[in-house]
Write a protein that binds this ligand. Structure first.
Ligand code: BV8
Length: 234
């Protein structure tokens, strides 16, 4: 598989205008819950019901909202450039897919999948887990949300690091740059010689400066940036 020329990293900010709560903004997810309680293996072991309910609520909330113009614009870009574009998302929602993006890595997992702590299978999942449904493969009742909790290894790291280091253009959209290894990718892209741009409402805690920074809502900044990429192609 050819190395993508353009790598896009997205965070909760790209889904905010679809009505999906972000983490650190006012009223964010972490405001209602402590990270330790709902997003760590230890928290799950301590109180699985609270964790399963937290993710069941998020799965239902995400199912009720649509992708926004930022998601749609990235899918439009993929339609033109194909494998030249790779989207790496920290988000566990499926709004990129529902907008049409296919070249996508969910580095922190997906609400649309479960993970069997018994046999390790990761079946597509669309209903609650609080009632401990049986695993479709091994029958055990040890299904958890297929999300990467703090202290757990993110998905697809080799493919991600190869793409980020090898790309020509690295774009960061709607992320605060607080969580690693994702927060270190602008530095990796810069080390690989990429031109880097941040599209974000507020300054992020980026490890190294971006070549270009644009402030504003993703639903405005992303379609405008995609139009620039496609200028002369359409
Ligand atoms: C790991 C899934 C071993 C669950 C998530 C190095 C230094 C320090 C610490 C560490 C380190 N390396 C590892 C760590 C520990 C830890 C970490 O980073 N801790 C932090 C808190 C210091 N990392 C880990 O544990 C990771 N695992 O390291 O494994 C390893 C790995 C590799 C190699 C060797 C060993 C696993 C971390 C994953 C945890 N799971 N999510 C769930 O979703 O519930 S993290 C979760 O929080 C998200 O996925 C995301 O990553 C993060 C939230 O950040 P954002 O998405 O950026 O959202 P946020 O609300 O913060 O910001 C929103 C932004 O959007 C803001 O800037 C805002 O201005 C902007 N915005 C808002 N609205 C809009 C907008 N922008 C545009 N338009 C708008 N409308």
């Amino acid at each position: 598989m050819a190395r993508p020329r353009i790598v896009v990293l997205t965070g909760a900010g790209i889904s905010a205008e679809s009505g999906v709560a972000t983490f650190r903004d006012a009223g964010g997810l972490w405001e209602g819950h402590s990270v330790e309680d709902v997003a760590t293996p230890e928290g799950f072991a301590r109180d699985p019901d609270t964790v399963l309910r937290f993710y069941d609520e998020r799965r239902r909330a995400v199912a009720s909202v649509p992708p926004n113009p930022a998601h749609v614009a990235l899918a439009r870009l993929e339609a033109f450039v194909g494998d030249e574009l790779l989207v790496i998302t920290q988000n566990v929602d499926d709004l990129h897919e529902r907008a049409g993006t296919r070249n996508l890595v969910h580095m922190h997992g997906e609400l649309a999948r479960a993970l069997c702590a018994g046999c390790g299978t990761r079946p597509e999942w669309s209903t609650d887990l609080i009632d401990r449904p049986a695993c479709p493969r091994c029958g055990d009742r040890m299904l958890r949300p297929d999300v990467v909790w703090f202290g757990e290894m993110p998905y697809g790291l080799d493919r991600i690091e190869d793409a980020v280091f090898g790309c020509d253009i690295f774009v960061s959209i709607g992320t605060s740059g607080e969580v690693y290894p994702a927060a270190g990718y602008v530095a990796l892209a810069t080390a690989g010689g990429a031109w880097t741009i941040e599209l974000n409402l507020e300054p992020s805690a980026a490890a190294v400066p971006f070549d270009d920074v644009r402030r504003g809502p993703a639903s405005v900044l992303v379609p405008a940036w995609v139009d620039e990429q496609l200028a002369g192609r359409t």
